[in-house]
Design a protein around this ligand. Sequence first.
Ligand code: GLU
Length: 472
Amino acid sequence: MKVRTRIAPSPTGDPHIGTLYLAIFNYALAKKNNGQFILRIEDTDRERLIEGSTENILYSLKWARIEPDESILKKGKFGPYIQSERLEIYKKYIDRLIENKSAYYCFCTKERLEKLRADQTKNKVQPKYDKHCLLLTDKQIKEKLGNNTPFVIRLNVPQNEEIVFNDLVRGEIKINTNTIDDQVLLKSDGYPTYHAAVVIDDHLMKITHVMRGEEWISSTPKHILIYRSFGWDIPEFIHLSLLRNRDKSKISKRYNHTSLNWYIKEGFLPEALVNYLILLGWSHPEGKEIFNIQEFINKFSFDRINKGGPIFDLEKLKWMNGVYIRSKSISEIKKLSKPFIKYKIENKKLEEILKTIQERLKVFSEINDLISFFFEEPNIEKSILEENYSSSEVKEILSQSLKIIKKNGINEETEKLLREYAEKNKYNIGNFFMVIRISITGRKISPPLIETMKILSESVIEKRILNIINKI
Ligand code: GLU
């Protein structure tokens, strides 16, 4: 069987991290089977459209290198790949359902529907359409259509039937049709609903596996009824767990960054974000955490997909991003970090600086913070400088160290001499070097001291140390 998968995002805002997550899984399933991965834009909900959203989705998939085989940009045989350009198609197919009596016209007014709902709620029954318009005769229908009475088309859902399907990750799922409303298929504005369009498109685009978020589980029986009404084969269904906030609620802006634009702007590496998202939804058979998309494709299997709600943890993602940064060459890091660096630095110096921070760099947006002391006089807090020593001891340490530095220049030998001096005077080595480190860099954690001093140059170091001696 030729495997074809898809994602079908709606262009209703910033490109969502959940969209990339689904894209990665659908892409891997398709590639594992030498199949195709399709991007279809579902823009039938006209009120929620946001301009630029489709372009953003396309851009973020390109950025993540999860590129569709067919989309509005890469046309295949099954287009158009955007639903607003397929209205004629939906109309034609929904008409078929009218003909075979699986669907019917509904002319009920908003007022009637509201009253029905209110009565049902009052009587504590599940609000559902009461099939009122199913009783209309052909003649009545013709008349109303002739008068241009506004209408919708509804699916005639059979009563009290168990709809059973086998989710490839979750197993058998059963839903009774009594819980399903006579779903609107075509709205009064001539647009299909999501439910109608998704089935018609997945069928016509020859999608074999519908892998989507778990929030669609309750819609799947409706879709199965629509497939059946058309007499079409039913694809496989897989519902992936949604990404979650720390409190287990569905991932949201309140607790997390959900827009892919943010991750791109912050300087996350696409391969790290992709790796992290895979790890949220799937576990590697050898328990590995760091692996690329190709390895995921090779090892992909449904039984390793996570059924619980994976919690999105930005700190873990940052850690992973750091792992990827460390695996890169300095010249790659130079290229990637340049757009983020606010200082003007000549190439050779930049390389030297990058070498000293590569170990600790997690996200490119943090780079200015890590390197600022190379370019700006650090702001030194007296309290951290005097954590272990009195001001006169600090002064003593600094003036003696400066003497050693000035006499020997900055090299590995100087480090040895400083250490010998500290030992001779019974200073704790760590605390002793901390005083020098803070005086030069303004911080407790910095790149290796001698490397840092070499880049800063002797005169800058002298100036910074003297500054402190004079100040405290
Ligand atoms: N347009 C739906 C969404 O925005 C697609 C759901 C599906 O994959 O069937 O999530």
